[in-house]
Design a protein around this ligand. Structure first.
Ligand code: BES
Ligand code: ZN
Ligand code: ZN
Length: 479
C-alpha cells in the first residue's frame, strides 16, 4: 500500500471543495462560479464540477446534497470521487476543503474523507503485466484539527482493509492453507501478536475431527491458526474472532456448477477479515484483548474426500450428518467455535463466514446477515458497522427453523431440506458450538465480494467487514 502524506493548510496542485446543495460558491472567482452554474452544478449529491487547465486555478467541486443529510458515508464517497479524478489526471497533490459537516464531528469527517481518498487507490494487479500507478502523494486539509494522529489511525485501518482484499483476491493456487497461515505469521507477528499454527497431526491430537473431515479430500494440509493480541495481559478475557478459512470450496462431491465455483477462492474471506482486522487493531494499539481463530482448509474431490451421507464427529462430541458436502463451512466452524468457546479465555465470540448463498438471496449482496444469542452484543456490532458504512441485519431465528437442524441419524444435519431460510439454519447450527457464550455470527457471503464496483468499493474483494470489527473492538476498548 502506498501511504499518502497528510498535512494541513498547504496550497497544493488542485483545490477540492465539498459543497452542500445550493451553496453560494462565493469562494470561487466569478467566471469559474458562473461556469460551474452553467454546467448545472448545484451541490446535489453525486454531482461534480472540474475546472482544470493551464493558466487557471485547478478546482474540483463535489456535491454533498442537502446540508442536514450530510453524514460519514458522503465524506467517504466525496473523497473517493475526487481522488479517482486526481489519480486519473496524474495530479500529485491536492488541498481539500471538506465544507459543512452537519452533525459529524470534524475530525471524523476528515478521517472518512481520507479513507475515501485511499479507497480510490486500491487495485489488485499482482497478476497483471501492466501495473496501476497512483500519482497522488500529498494531501492537505484546510482545518485547525491536529492531522497527524488522525491520519495515522486511518492509515492503519485502510491498510487492514487492503490486506484482507489482497488475501481474498489471490487465487487459491497461491493461497492454500499453508500459505495463508504463513501470511498470518508474517503480517501479525511483527505487531506483537502471537501466532500459533497447528498442522493435521496436532489437529488429530486436539480432537478437531470435523475440520479434518472437510480437509481430507485436499492435497494441501489443513491448518488451524490461533492469533493472540493481549495488550491487557493473559488474565483478561478476550474478544474471540473466528473466521471461515475455506481456501477453496469446490463443493466437494456435492460439486458446484462452474459459474458458482469460479469465485470460491473467496471462501476464506472470514479468515482474511480476521487477519486484516487484527493488523489494524494492533497497529492502532487498541486496548482490548483479541484472539483470532481460523481453520484453513480446502473442500475438494478425491478418493479420500468426505462424502454426502457421511457422519462426522466434532471436537465437542456432537455428531453431524453431512447430507451435503457443500455445506462444509459450518462443519469446520463447529470445531473452531467450540475451540474459541472452551480453549480461549473469551468473553464473547464473533464469527465471520462466507457461509451461504441463501444470505445473498435474503438480504442482497451488500448487507451482512447476523444470527446471535445475545441482542446486546449484536447491537454493538451493528452500531460499529453502521459507523463504518458496512451494514448488518439480524435474521429472524424462528423456533421451527431451530428444530430443522436436528439430524436423523446423527445429532445435527448440515443440510436442512425443509422450511427454507438457509442463512438462518446455518447460523442456528453454529449456535450449538458456542457453549452459551455471547456470540454473533456474521454471514458475509454477499458483502465480502463485489461482482462489479459500487460506491467506493472495487470489484472483487471489498475487505468488508474489517472496519466493523476494528471499530467494534475500539468501542469495547473505550469502556
Ligand atoms: N461457500 C459457500 C457459500 C457462498 C455462496 C459463499 C456464494 C459466497 C458466495 C458455502 O459453503 C455453500 O456452498 N453453501 C451452500 C449451503 C447449502 C449446500 C446448504 C449454499 O449456500 O448453497
Ligand atoms: Zn460450500
Ligand atoms: Zn463454503
Amino acid at each position: 500500500m502506498k501511504f499518502l502524506k497528510f498535512s494541513k493548510n498547504e496550497e497544493y496542485d488542485v483545490k477540492v471543495y465539498f459543497v452542500e446543495k445550493d451553496a453560494s460558491l462565493d469562494f470561487l472567482a466569478e467566471e469559474v462560479r458562473e461556469y460551474a452554474k452553467e454546467t448545472g452544478f448545484d451541490g446535489s449529491y453525486k454531482k461534480t464540477f472540474k475546472h482544470i487547465g493551464p493558466g487557471t486555478s485547478n478546482v474540483i467541486l463535489v456535491g454533498m446534497g442537502e446540508e442536514e443529510e450530510i453524514g460519514r458515508q458522503k465524506f467517504r464517497n466525496a473523497g473517493f470521487v475526487a481522488s479517482k479524478f486526481l489519480n486519473k489526471n496524474k495530479f500529485k497533490s491536492a488541498t481539500f476543503n471538506i465544507g459543512k459537516v452537519n452533525d459529524v464531528p470534524e475530525y471524523s469527517a476528515l478521517q472518512c474523507t481520507a479513507e475515501g481518498i485511499y479507497q480510490a487507490s486500491y487495485s489488485f494487479d499482482e497478476y497483471k503485466t501492466e501495473k496501476c500507478e497512483n500519482s497522488l502523494e500529498k494531501i492537505s486539509f484546510e482545518t485547525e484539527e491536529e492531522i497527524e494522529p488522525l491520519m495515522e489511525y486511518v492509515d492503519n485501518i485502510v491498510e487492514g482493509v487492503f490486506i484482507t482484499r489482497d488475501l481474498v483476491n489471490t487465487p487459491s493456487i497461491d493461497m492454500y492453507p499453508e500459505i495463508l497461515a504463513q501470511k498470518a505469521v508474517n503480517i501479525l507477528e511483527p505487531l506483537g501478536i502471537k501466532v500459533t499454527v497447528y498442522g493435521e497431526k496436532e489437529l488429530e491430537e486436539m480432537g478437531m475431527t470435523a475440520i479434518l473431515a472437510v480437509g481430507q479430500g485436499s492435497d494441501r494440509e489443513s491448518k488451524f491458526v490461533v492469533m493472540e493480541y493481549l495488550p491487557q495481559g493473559e488474565d483478561v478475557e478476550a474478544i474471540a474472532l473466528v473466521g471461515k478459512g475455506m481456501c477453496y470450496d469446490s463443493g466437494g462431491y456435492a460439486i458446484k456448477p462452474p459459474a458458482s465455483m469460479a469465485s470460491m477462492k473467496t471462501d476464506m474471506a472470514g479468515a482474511g477479515t480476521v487477519i486484516g482486522a487484527m493488523s489494524a487493531i494492533a497497529k492502532n494499539k487498541l486496548d482490548a484483548n483479541v484472539v483470532g481463530v481460523m481453520a484453513l482448509t480446502e473442500n475438494m474431490i478425491d478418493g479420500s474426500a468426505y462424502k454426502n451421507g457421511d457422519i462426522v464427529k466434532t471436537k465437542k462430541g456432537t455428531t453431524i450428518e453431512v447430507l451435503n458436502t457443500d455445506a462444509e463451512g459450518r462443519v469446520t466452524l463447529a470445531d473452531s467455535l467450540y475451540y474459541a468457546a472452551t480453549q480461549v479465555n473469551s468473553k464473547c465470540i464473533i464469527d465471520l463466514a462466507t457461509l451461504t448463498g441463501a444470505c445473498i438471496v435474503a438480504l442482497g449482496a451488500y448487507t451482512t446477515g447476523a444470527i446471535t444469542n445475545n441482542d446486546e452484543l449484536f447491537e454493538e456490532v451493528k452500531t460499529a458497522g453502521d459507523f463504518s458504512g458496512e451494514y448488518t441485519w439480524k435474521l429472524p431465528q424462528n423456533e421451527h427453523l431451530r428444530d430443522n437442524v436436528k439430524g436423523q441419524n446423527a445429532d445435527l444435519t448440515n443440510s436442512v431440506s425443509k422450511g427454507g431460510g438457509g442463512a438462518i439454519t446455518a447460523g442456528i447450527f453454529l449456535e450449538h458450538f458456542v457453549e452459551d457464550k455471547p456470540w454473533v455470527h456474521l454471514d458475509i457471503a454477499g458483502p465480502s465480494w463485489a461482482d462489479s464496483a459500487y460506491g467506493y468499493q472495487p470489484n472483487g474483494a471489498t475487505g468488508i467487514p474489517v472496519k466493523t470489527i476494528h471499530n467494534f473492538v475500539a468501542n469495547q476498548a473505550k469502556k
